[in-house]
Design a protein around this ligand. Structure first.
Ligand SMILES: [Zn+2]
Length: 499
């Protein structure tokens, strides 16, 4: 029987309470999951790295207590990162010296650093102390920076990026096998650097994450090399305004189909990045539905309803499918995705620039009508009110900035008033961010929103105050820049060195 895992991303600013961890683990098991993967990065209080302990992180004692409270399962599998996705370590005093390339941009440890191997072993040894599961996942995904620094680039010329990867992770996998555990790695870099497979013990389990397609073709590469695989779909919320529901259902179903064909050892339903006004509470009914779907092929709608209610089922279709299906901008999945444009990039005018064309046309009124329907469906205080609020604020914000841009060429005072109305829309996000933070979600989002509100207030201050058109009135776009200085008509700040 395939092992069914829910991967719970704690690394993105999550601070779950012991009670939440217990309730969510039990709920996962009740919905068909055999294991919960606790995805840690720097958000675990490794005794070896006290310098990296942020507020609210998972502690070894919490894991021990959780383990003790779950004698009948589910299993608790630790997911560490010891090469790529170590941004929380290398951007912290105490870990910056380990960064691959310049630390400001680095998201990886330098595998050529003399302390890198020891650092990884310390993290793993700390995890082995508290996690008793046979499987120990040590990451290895998205190591795009391989070969970047002077030391690594010289070594890469001799042994290749495959060699750098293999020399760092191969010994760690063997070390885990010697300790009676099965090492697990993500598959993406091994597909790019297949020679590195030669360095891995056959006990290694490869997690083939394919969030946009079926895993059959890629997982088969690993199966043919004699490795066990775990097919890994995603609850596709991390790049969505709330969730891409159609794509989630399709992705999970494709993995279920191919995992059976491949004789996969398991399926790992990943859920990522509940920050930037995303929250687990509104997503968990879908996470649990995936477990039911995998366990007994239950109808999707029934599986979602099993952990929610009729209003959730109806509103989820609109927020997760109807609305994103209307909009190319809301469907974006790269670094220009909604959440970055709106909040994480710290410049909400970026959302206006990207979305104004759609909002002005037929798409804006269509989404407004969808949101009005959701508003009628959801009772006050319903968990999906959060996703509705984020989209409602975003749409009204873009409409107000658009109005400000239009009126600016006629009367700056009207433009200023529209921006003030837009800022008041953004203020509606403050209580939401505080509520999410209070229940164990991101505690950084309230700070992000405060800074965004400050930026918008600064822009409003820069709008000329007189009625009617002014002489040498700055272009509207100029006013929105963080480096705008009143009176600098030519925008010299923008021309200076930018790193
Ligand atoms: Zn390096």
């Amino acid at each position: 029987m395939q092992v069914k895992i829910w991967l719970y991303d704690l690394a993105r600013e999550q601070s779950p309470t012991a009670t939440q961890l217990l309730e969510r683990s039990r709920a996962a098991a009740a919905n068909g999951y055999d294991a919960v993967g606790l995805y840690l990065e720097h958000r675990f209080a490794y005794p070896s790295t006290p310098w990296a302990h942020g507020d609210g992180i998972l502690t070894p004692q919490m894991v021990r207590d959780l383990r003790a409270a779950l004698p009948d399962g589910p299993r608790l599998i630790p997911f560490l990162n010891v090469l790529g996705h170590t941004e929380g370590f290398v951007r912290t005093r105490g870990g910056a010296h380990l960064a691959e390339g310049p630390a400001r941009f680095s998201a990886s440890i330098c595998p050529s650093h003399p302390a890198a191997q020891q650092f990884a072993r310390m993290l793993i040894a700390d995890a082995l102390e508290v996690f008793d599961d046979e499987w120990v996942h040590i990451g290895g995904d998205e190591t795009w920076q391989l070969g970047q620094c002077p030391l690594c680039s010289v070594r890469a010329e001799k042994i290749g990026k495959d060699g750098l990867y293999a020399e760092h992770l191969g010994p760690l996998c063997h070390w885990l096998v010697e300790r009676g555990r099965r090492p697990c790695l993500w598959g993406d870099m091994l597909l790019q650097h297949p020679h590195a497979l030669d360095a891995l013990p056959r006990e290694t389990i490869l997690f083939d994450w394919q969030y946009d397609r079926a895993p059959g073709e890629t997982s088969r590469v690993f199966r043919e090399r004699g490795f066990d695989v775990v097919c890994s779909p995603a609850v596709k919320s991390y790049h969505a305004p709330w969730l891409f529901l159609d794509q989630t259902r399709e992705n999970v179903d494709l993995h279920r189909r191919d995992a059976a064909d491949l004789g996969a050892l398991g399926i790992c339903v990943t859920s990522w990045e509940c920050f930037g006004l995303s929250d687990y509470r509104s997503l968990l009914p879908v996470v649990y539905a995936c477990g039911q779907r995998l366990a007994d092929e239950r109808d999707w709608t029934e599986a979602i309803r099993a952990n929610s209610d009729d209003a959730y089922v109806e509103a989820a279709e609109i927020l997760g499918a109807t609305i994103p299906n209307r909009s190319e901008v809301l469907r974006r999945t790269g670094l220009d995705r909604f959440r970055f444009l709106f909040l994480l990039g710290q410049d909400p005018f970026a959302l206006w620039r990207a979305w104004r064309g759609e909002v002005r046309g037929e798409i804006g009124p269509g989404i407004a009508a969808d949101l009005a329907r959701v508003d009628r469906i959801l009772p006050d205080g319903h968990t999906l009110r959060r996703a509705w609020l984020v989209l409602d604020v975003a749409l009204r914000w873009v409409q107000q900035v658009e109005q400000a841009a239009e009126r600016y060429a006629v009367d700056p005072a009207e433009s200023r008033a529209a921006l003030q109305a837009g800022r008041m829309q953004l203020e509606r996000l403050v209580p939401l961010a505080e509520e999410i933070a209070a229940e164990g979600g991101s505690s950084v989002d309230p700070v992000r929103i405060a800074r965004v509100l400050d930026h918008v207030a600064g822009v409003i201050d820069n709008v000329p105050t007189g009625r009617g058109l002014q002489r040498a009135q700055p272009a509207f776009d100029e006013l929105l820049r963080r480096d705008y200085v009143p009176g600098d008509q030519a925008g010299w700040g923008f021309a200076g060195p930018r790193t």
